[in-house]
Write a protein that binds this ligand. Structure first.
Ligand SMILES: [Fe+2]
Length: 217
């Protein structure tokens, strides 16, 4: 038994070294990441088209002002489940403004809209699979009399050859995450995958990192 276990250790040790050297995930094509969990689209996907859907949601073309609230940067990589970057994925993003109101005619939240907040963006990942946009931290909003949705950003990601992903990104250290009905429907590892990580600053703005894994058809 002792010999066997020593052999096993040796075997695993050697394999471990090789994996470390070659980054197995890239060279052997093993599945290394679970696809990002799906989440409901929700009722506030934009229904009125707008000219400006660029990567800076803190201003609207033609308007002379900046969106209210805390300006932040969200950035990350779109990858497949082998860890390979996916370039030119289409990333459709929408969210509430800093007060918790969507630019949607059926949003019942009585807090004001922000004419300087773009609210919706469609961007693409670059050749390294990376995307980046500037926005405001969304406010929490009531989904019912007893349920407050925590700050979150909706994503729809498309790339041919992959399943369309509809999901929601959450923020770290938000007490409302704990009591959110949607978030609590996810298991621990799914929750971890759906929470962005704080990742320093860019041009004085707080950066949140959020990586997305798409699954092939
Ligand atoms: Fe929402």
């Amino acid at each position: 038994m002792k010999t066997m276990s020593r052999r096993s250790l040796l075997k695993f040790g050697v394999l471990g070294t090789v994996s470390g050297m070659f980054n197995t995930t890239e060279s052997w094509g093993r599945v290394v990441a679970k696809p990002t969990p799906q989440e409901v689209e929700g009722p506030f996907y934009p229904v009125i088209d707008q000219e400006d859907k660029d990567a800076d949601m803190t201003r609207v073309t033609g308007q002379n002002g900046l969106a209210k609230g805390q300006h932040i940067v969200i950035s990350g990589f779109i990858k497949d489940d082998n860890g390979h970057p996916i370039e030119n994925a289409r990333i459709d993003i929408w969210q509430a403004n800093a007060a918790g109101r969507y630019n949607h005619p059926k949003d019942p939240n009585p807090v004001p809209r922000d004419p300087y907040f773009q609210g919706w963006a469609i961007i693409r990942s670059d050749k390294n699979g990376q995307y980046r946009f500037k926005t405001v931290k969304p406010g929490a909003y009531p989904a019912s009399k007893t349920w407050i949705r925590p700050p979150h950003i909706h994503f729809k990601v498309f790339k041919s050859g992959f399943s369309e992903l509809v999901t929601q990104m959450y923020f770290p250290n938000e007490p409302l995450n704990e009591s959110d009905l949607l978030f609590n429907n996810k298991n621990k590892s799914e929750q971890i995958a759906m929470i962005a990580q704080q990742a320093g600053a860019d041009d004085g703005l707080m950066v949140f990192s959020y990586n997305i894994v798409l699954s092939r058809y």
